[in-house]
Design a protein. Structure first.
Length: 179
């Protein structure tokens, strides 16, 4: 059952991610890899626990669901922009991420609900996991970070392309139903 309350533990945990984001970006821009990794872990845990608390205490809300997705995208996209500016991630990954989010948004608008389809619902998880693995490798396995980065970029790009295709098919099917 969804609640109409906006001030919930889940939404407060989501807000924590927005509060921590500037600190993560600042640590990353100053090459504080260990500190950046710690902030990313805390952000990831807050994302995990916001969903858990919403389900556990039965205070999931439509506002909270949209807020969670928007904050997830903001965190991931801010990191991708920073890594692009640092010449670590390619522009293609930024563009695919944006296109994936836009196509996901279009499917949600078309269906008038937050979509839970096969690939789309895990896009944020795949991107965040890729970032986490990249940070872990950079901090603890520095000799392998270049190779791991190439693999992560490839996997993330492939997943994003598949997600965009899935979203596009859903949009076309939705348009055909209206005809």
């Amino acid at each position: 059952m969804k609640t109409q309350r906006v001030l919930t533990i889940a939404n407060l945990l989501t807000t924590l991610r927005i509060i921590l984001l500037p600190f993560l970006l600042l640590a990353e821009s100053h090459e504080k890899n260990g500190l950046s990794f710690a902030f990313l872990i805390i952000i990831g845990l807050s994302d995990f626990f916001d969903g858990l608390s919403a389900r556990r205490w039965n205070n999931a809300s439509s506002v909270g669901a949209v807020y969670d997705i928007a904050v997830d995208f903001t965190v991931i996209y801010a990191l991708l922009i920073l890594f692009y500016l640092k010449h670590t991630f390619p522009l293609l990954l930024l563009m695919l991420t944006l296109l994936s989010m836009l196509s996901f948004s279009a499917t949600c608008v078309q269906s008038k609900e937050i979509c839970k389809h096969a690939l789309g619902q895990y896009t944020g998880t795949v991107l965040f996991s890729g970032m986490l693995i990249f940070y872990f490798t950079r901090v603890f396995l520095e000799d392998y970070s270049s190779l791991v980065l190439r693999v992560i970029i490839s996997i993330m790009s492939l997943y994003l392309v598949l997600s965009i295709v899935e979203n596009t098919v859903l949009i076309i099917k939705g348009l055909n139903k209206r005809s």
